[in-house]
Design a protein around this ligand. Structure first.
Ligand SMILES: [Zn+2]
Length: 404
């Protein structure tokens, strides 16, 4: 490396002096030693041509104000991985719906299809308020798309391997954007009578206590759940008692407990028309639809990332990746796909499926290729929202085809 290039990498950014990783650090973070040649190729071949380096942080970006430690593949499997196992391999989504859902059910089904592709090899079930059960409407459709895949991925099994870490409940990022809300701006939700009531008397959506909702979700966790992700249109808040006896109420995007593998997430602040007094009314059907598409894209980015956190994955500091730490302003430019390092973490965890992940080698590497195909197919459902991404997936698929 030339000195001028080296100097570029030595530059630091933000108050915590973030440094961009050297190409050698990126490769070592993938931790591909010992894997089959095909797996290495499918994860990393020509990665510099296909994957963007991490964006140089600018004023207002996440990395300028947040301390990030990064997480290599080896750090992931040694310290942070929350292993999938044959008895806990279903992703459950509980969507709390209301009469004027920000995203209509038929659009939301696309999110489920995307999740099935993103977390390929795992089942995804959506809560059905009518029956009170979790169901998978896409099973037939997914079976059909599987026919086009090169490999059928049904290997796996083995006993449990519980390795839970991260005991704390985390408020979901963007703390710097959280607003402290005066007590009187928020409807108190203390009594049980109000727990499930989502609208106030003037028909506006009430803010809901995120801690209470998270506790509720923990209780409804099905036995075979890998994780349970709750999503709600209402704004969320958390409440803390200060030493002086006063209550501090903070708005939040959501809350997660990695130890319990449960997360609750609010769409309210993702809505471009969000305000503290409820929804702006009288939008035309067309305007509402346009907004729901913007929201849909934001939801896809948020939900995939949140579930990756349940896998024990941390914010990515290596390449441009959907696991990069993000402020709200950066959200719409966020890519939907994982970088090779994060993809390697996800695929290996799903494939190990209860085997000792520290010594696990991916036996059917074509899962990587098949996942790209499924991702491409899933993104095609989003009526033009992912045109650039589709070009990327098609190019990656065409290139990998030549290596198989
Ligand atoms: Zn990454």
């Amino acid at each position: 490396m030339k000195k001028s290039e080296k100097d570029e990498y030595d530059k630091t950014y933000g108050i915590f002096k973030y440094k961009r990783p050297l190409p050698s650090e990126i490769e070592s973070a993938m931790g591909l030693v010992g894997e089959s040649i095909l797996f290495k190729k499918l994860i990393s071949a020509d990665y510099e041509r296909f994957y963007d380096p991490i964006k140089i942080p600018e004023e207002g970006d996440w990395l300028m104000t947040h301390k990030e430690y990064g997480q290599t593949y080896n750090e992931y499997i040694q310290n942070d991985c929350v292993p999938v196992d044959p008895n806990h391999n279903v992703i459950y989504i509980h969507r709390f719906s209301s009469n004027d859902d920000l995203i209509k059910d038929e659009l939301f089904q696309n999110v489920i299809i995307l999740l099935e592709a993103f977390f390929t090899g795992m089942k995804v079930y959506l809560y059905d308020e009518g029956s009170g059960n979790y169901i998978n409407n896409n099973e037939n459709m997914l079976e059909n798309t599987n026919e086009n895949n090169i490999e059928n991925n049904n290997e796996n099994n083995n006993e449990n391997n519980n390795n839970e870490n991260n005991n704390e409940n985390n408020n979901i990022e963007n703390n710097n954007n959280d607003n402290n809300i005066e007590n009187n701006n928020i409807q108190n939700n203390d009594n049980n009578e109000n727990e499930n009531k989502q609208l106030n008397e003037s028909g506006e959506k009430m803010a809901i206590n995120a801690d209470q909702l998270l506790e509720k979700l923990k209780l409804e966790m099905p036995e075979d759940a890998y994780c349970l992700f709750g999503i709600i249109d209402n704004d969320l808040y958390t409440e803390a008692l200060l030493p002086n006896g006063k209550r501090l109420i903070k708005a939040t995007y959501g809350k997660r407990s990695v130890a319990d593998r449960v997360s609750i997430f609010s769409l309210a602040r993702f809505d471009p028309f969000f305000n503290f007094n409820g929804k702006i009314k009288n939008l035309s059907k067309e305007q509402r639809y346009k907004i729901s598409l913007i929201l849909l894209k934001r939801v896809c980015s948020a939900i995939t990332r949140e579930i990756c956190y349940m896998f024990g994955m941390k914010n990515c500091t290596f390449m441009s990746c959907c696991m990069n730490g993000t402020n709200v302003a950066e959200f719409d430019n966020k890519q939907i796909e994982l970088c090779p390092i994060c993809l390697r973490k996800l695929i290996t965890n799903i494939r190990a499926n209860g085997e000792d992940i520290k010594n696990y080698r991916v036996k059917k590497p074509l899962i990587v290729y098949n996942r790209f195909v499924k991702m491409r197919d899933a993104l095609e459902n989003f009526s033009g929202l992912y045109e650039n991404e589709l070009k990327w997936f098609n190019a990656r698929i065409d290139f990998l085809k030549t290596l198989i």
